[in-house]
Design a protein around this ligand. Structure first.
Ligand code: ADQ
Length: 735
């Protein structure tokens, strides 16, 4: 079956109007719709979303559904109340302000949260109504943060991508949301989570670690036996459209018209949706100051300010509108002359050819948001320029696009004087320099267009799903379990090599809690008492600890990651005599890190030193661990030592000592016909790799591994071992 792309976003890419009792449908040519257009040919497709229109009757609703089905769209109809609470409420009064760092506008209202959940559920139901086995689902933006998780709950195997078009805030802000855990789980339902910039990726990963306790490795998370990839995909624009349209006669006519009317030498352009995140008042203040500081420019320049009405039912937006009206009036009143208006202010949406004319004819693009996920206006301004003419972009460093358009004049939107100064600089940059800068920026925008962006996202989504499938393929099945159990019972000489922490028990935060439970001891006892069954506990723990916990059982030991061995009823011994003089050199480094990382501590073992940071602050611990790894690698280069990173520990020990080598020492002495090795962390990989091909190797936890099979958790591992001992007993009773 061929693949189908299902796009799910708050709004469908069209608007519906009713005039004289007749419905009309206008497609919207927003960036997203353009980005997706290349897939319409490649895949069959469907777009699910709210049509932004409330049908007046059931029949009208059916007519719209029918009409949209022909356009490969499926509408989600919302009641007036739902729009008020979910869209204007939770989406635009909670998530939008908080994610843009406007905590003063953020409302924490449980009623709108419930409506948000409800509407996400309605979207989910609509998706489930349409979904087919091979579909690729791509969920968009902050209105649908819960949707990936809701879909995942119903269809474990769905392939889901999620892209957030606005910033993801730092953990300090995100944590203020009372519903942070549910929102996080919602997003984590996706296989691929995309943001515009790497900063947002970082913020998101910091929240997953602190809120859900998920640690990433190279921005990959393992969650619920899936691999989730988090990555940045800076959204582009339809470059050719913006670059070519200004050539059209219609646009050129528009430009002429504007120029004759304005009569000034230079034009500065400001275009936004009406939003407090866009920094429009500060921009006006900057322009005001510029006019004040440089009277020589009066009557020579005009600022065209185009503002698109938006979210007019939300109070903070209405207030902003009054503020702008007042500011524009004040500046025009103060500086204007008969025949010259400093600010040409339009509060409306304009057709594309007018937009294109404005972009093309303006000398300076002034883009000063406080926060902006990406900001397409800055890209559109650059792409609409032809390099033979020139043009200068002034851009806020808080816009996502500032990462790509580094050649622009960067400003801090809170610094009015800097904005004023940037305007002066922009007006005076020599034409040659302008052309060169534009060329550089145009090149980047052409290369990473919105189509490339969408293709890139889709390609990565399919790859990530492949990783999950690979992981899933190692998952042990009931049949395999039974097979191993049968082999175990049939064998004459059986060896079980078992790691302890993370394999038989979960990781404990205190030494007291790390002790073996009665169940663990009982399973080990029964296994070790089976005829011809050798049990080896292969742990990183100190030999004294193992002796203390399991010394009374008929088990064998490997302690300290292979430095010490002990056969049942025999003495501890080392494989070779190891030199530990290096400890005095390494210890001061670790002590330094203990001082710098509250909560961390050092454990000294006979042949190794371990720095533990499980109890340190998560972010700080990870940061210090990276630093420590770097300095240790440098320090140990000539010392025949190895530095190993385990689960929240860094261990330094003599090279050549590892769990695999020690396990082989046992295996060399007996000819086993059944070997089972189980472990969970990085250090156990040595053991998995060194085992003979005939051995059954099982990784506990769904992580990348060289073991043949994976199991979910220590509970599952313990239950498996318990079954093994019981079935062996049954088997021996019967024979
Ligand atoms: P927006 O906040 O809407 O988008 P932006 O990226 O600048 O901000 O996109 C605005 C779009 O509206 C542009 O394509 C622009 O051409 C168009 N537009 C603006 N004024 C117009 C007018 N008067 N008439 C007609 N069209 C007009 C959100 C995030 C951004 C992110 C985008 C895409 O807030 O950070 O870049 O999504 O992910």
């Amino acid at each position: 079956m061929s693949k189908r792309l299902v796009i799910i976003s708050n709004r469908l890419p069209l608007s519906i109007n009713k005039r004289k009792g007749k419905l009309s449908y206008q497609p919207s040519s927003g960036g997203l719709a353009t980005g997706m257009s290349s897939f319409y040919q490649k895949y069959d497709s469907l777009w699910i979303g709210w049509p932004g229109y409330a049908p007046e009757s059931k029949t009208e609703q059916q007519d719209i559904t029918q009409e949209l089905a022909d356009k490969k769209m499926s509408p989600v109809f919302l009641s007036r109340r739902q729009v008020e609470l979910y869209y204007e409420g939770f989406s635009n009064k909670t998530i939008w302000p908080l994610f843009h760092y406007f905590s003063q506008y953020t409302l924490y209202d449980s009623k709108s949260w419930l409506a948000y959940k409800r509407v996400n559920q309605i979207f989910c139901d609509k998706v489930l109504e349409h979904i087919q086995p091979n579909d690729i689902l791509w969920v968009h933006d902050y209105h649908l943060l819960l949707l990936p998780g809701m879909i995942r709950e119903k269809t474990r195997d769905a392939l889901i991508g999620f892209f957030l078009h606005i910033p993801f805030p730092s953990y300090e802000l995100f944590r203020t949301l009372p519903w942070r855990q549910e929102i996080m789980n919602g997003i984590l339902g996706a296989d691929l989570i995309g943001f515009h910039t790497y900063d947002y990726v970082r913020h998101f990963l910091s929240s997953t670690s602190r809120i859900v306790g998920l640690e990433h490795s190279l921005a990959r998370l393992r969650h619920d036996d899936r691999v989730i990839k988090v990555d940045s995909f800076p959204m582009g624009i339809d470059y050719d459209k913006y670059h070519e349209t200004p050539k059209q006669d219609k646009v050129q006519k528009e430009i002429k018209k504007f120029k004759t009317r304005l009569k000034t030498e230079k034009i500065i352009l400001s275009i936004d949706r009406l939003d407090y995140s866009k920094g429009i008042p500060q921009r006006l203040e900057g322009y005001h100051q510029f006019l004040h500081d440089h009277p020589e420019y009066r009557e020579k320049i005009t600022l065209i300010m185009l503002v698109v009405p938006s979210r007019a039912r939300v109070e903070s937006y209405r207030k902003l509108k009054y503020q702008l009206d007042e500011l524009v009036g004040r500046i025009n009143g103060e500086h204007g002359t008969i025949g010259w208006t400093p600010i040409y202010y339009l509060y409306r949406s304009v057709p594309f050819h007018v937009l294109s004319a404005l972009y093309n004819m303006s000398d300076v693009g002034l883009v000063t948001p406080f926060r902006d996920g990406m900001n397409l206006v800055s890209k559109e301004f650059v792409a609409s320029k032809r390099s033979d003419k020139g043009g200068v972009l002034i851009l806020s460093e808080m816009a996502g696009s500032s990462h790509e358009l580094g050649e622009a004049i960067m400003i801090n939107p809170n610094n009015i004087a800097e904005i004023a100064h940037a305007i002066k600089t922009a007006l005076e940059i020599p034409l040659e320099e302008q052309k060169h800068t534009l060329e550089e920026m145009n090149l980047k925008l052409k290369r990473y267009s919105v189509k490339r962006w969408a293709e890139d996202f889709m390609e990565r989504l399919l790859q990530t799903h492949g990783l999950s499938e690979n992981l899933a393929s190692k998952k042990i099945t009931t049949r395999l379990r039974q097979f191993i159990s049968r082999k175990f019972n049939e064998s004459k000489k059986r060896v079980l090599i078992l790691d302890y922490d993370g394999t038989l028990v979960g990781y404990a935060r205190t030494p007291e809690k790390a002790k073996p439970t009665a169940q663990v001891r009982s399973v080990l006892k029964h296994l070790s008492q089976l005829p011809n069954c050798m049990v080896i506990i292969n742990s990183g723990r100190k030999r004294e600890t193992l002796q203390d916990w399991f010394g009374d059982l008929e088990v064998n030991f490997i302690a300290e990651h292979g430095a010490w061995l002990k056969r049942y009823q025999a003495e501890w011994f080392t494989i070779e005599s190891l030199n530990t003089a290096w400890k005095s050199e390494i210890m001061p480094i670790l002590e330094h890190y203990v001082m710098r990382t509250p909560g961390s501590f050092i454990e000294e073992k006979n042949y190794s030193l371990v720095w533990h940071y499980r109890k340190a602050n998560v972010g700080l611990g990870a940061l210090r661990a990276t630093e420590l790894m770097d300095s240790l690698k440098y320090m140990t280069a000539n010392l025949n030592l190895q530095v190993m990173e385990g689960n929240k520990v860094i261990e330094v020990k003599n090279a050549g000592v590892n769990k695999g080598r020690a396990a082989l020492r046992y295996l060399e002495e007996i000819s086993a016909d059944f070997i089972l090795a189980m472990g969970d962390d990085w250090t156990d990989e040595y053991m998995f790799r060194d085992m003979p091909n005939s051995a059954y190797t099982i990784k506990v936890g769904y992580h990348a591994t060289s073991a043949t099979y994976s199991m979910r958790s220590p509970q599952e591992a313990l239950a498996f071992l318990e079954d093994l001992s019981k079935s062996a007993l049954r088997d021996s009773d019967q024979s």
